[in-house]
Design a protein around this ligand. Sequence first.
Ligand code: GDG
Length: 474
Amino acid sequence: MKNKKKIIISNRLPIQIERKKDKLIIKPSTGGLATGLNSAFDSSEILWVGWPGIVPKDDAEEEKITELLKPMNLLPVFLSKEEIRNFYEGYSNEVLWPICHYQPSYIHFDREYWSTYVAVNKKFCETALSIPQSPDFIWVQDYQLMLLPQLLRQENKELNIGYFHHIPFPSEELFMNIPQRKELIEGLLGADLVGFHTFADSQNFLNSCKKILNVPCGHNQLKHKDRHIFIESFPMGIDYDKFVHASSLPEVNAIATQFRSHFPDQKIIISVDRLDYSKGILERLRAFLTFLEKYPESHSKVVLYMLIVPSRDKVSQYKKLKDEINRKVSEINSIYGNLSWTPVLYFYKSLPFEELIGLYLASDICMVTSTRDGMNLVSKEYIASNTRSNGVLILSEFAGASKELVDALIVNPYNRTETADCIYQALIMSPEEIHERSEANRQIIQKFNVQHWVRLFISRLAETKAIQRDEWAR
Ligand code: GDG
């Protein structure tokens, strides 16, 4: 582990370990962050700390997993079932997630949640600092680890620590409702640089700092406990080339052609989300119902194909949401469907990457109707993969991506009539306008890709340390 000097810490490692008949199998999952990091640094320089996605049977298995991951520069943090329940499903996903997505009615709070959240953040801290060398920087990812920057800082004042919040940061009025608001804010302020997807999120965070800590704030910084901390926006991009390349593959095109052949007389609207109330899945279905009511001439000429990826299905609100989606889909199909046309097709599963790209390629419209979304990468992947630029993106104004992809059809998903009209507008849009809008969005996605995002964040992180050193020298 001697030269692993750039530390990334996230709740999950970029792999998943599974146990099959007493054998441990590593399933790699190369998300955008891993790709961006590998393009910015030599992969041997990076050490990734996080949960490996499995609860070991005993100490021997724990050791086996640690050894298995060592050559991949992955350092596991092991969590018990109880910790997963109270830290991950509990405080992270039943308190922080609903507050950050403006859904306070979804909050559920158990006494054990907070103490476990603190204990697990400490566990991550201990693991990260167990490596012998002092790292160049530590980059902490996301809301599960909001206390970690401060915990790391307490152990070593000199560390260069960055934090990125992948989900929205709510307005201060909402954030004030969290009993542990002060601890969370102070936790993040252990970092030198705190990043958000949008300017609005960064301002929301600064407003909460002002209110809770009563400290003076500039538009992108504040001073706390004699340290300057920078609060800025870094809209995350995707690995653009990967999506363009995939969409050129013959096997992906064959998937797209075959998929299209099921709908010879119809326009295909797709949506791709994790099962989550923040993704506006019910709002989308309600708008589609309004569309079918308002535009009867479209009957039999359009299908809504929804791919919903299983997620957090142990949390009760997610089970409830799934039932509501089932009911709504069946209601729409019962009202408008017939033997030769099913208006909504809905799949609760995850597709292999090539099939996902095939789906993006084959569709005429992609609908993203999040009621809140930090960024929403699906919207960017759709544009990137649709290399013929013949697809329309309908995008919620509440997704961070709407601040960049301004040539999409931007909608308020709570407004069913407006969203229904947008579907109609997308269906009758001329090929020239579709192409023009898509190309304008493509330029942004191509330029501000995930590689750019990683480089920008890391170079800004290094700068903040230099600025702080100058301050001390003065
Ligand atoms: C959080 C924030 C922010 C989906 N279905 C399949 C599949 N996917 C992949 C997509 C995409 C990813 O999952 C989903 O990313 P999103 O950004 O849309 O949403 P979250 O998972 O909620 O992510 C979000 C993001 O963090 C990054 O900061 O944008 O706002 O909520 O990459 O492609 N992939 C495969 N099969 C599927 O069926 N292979």
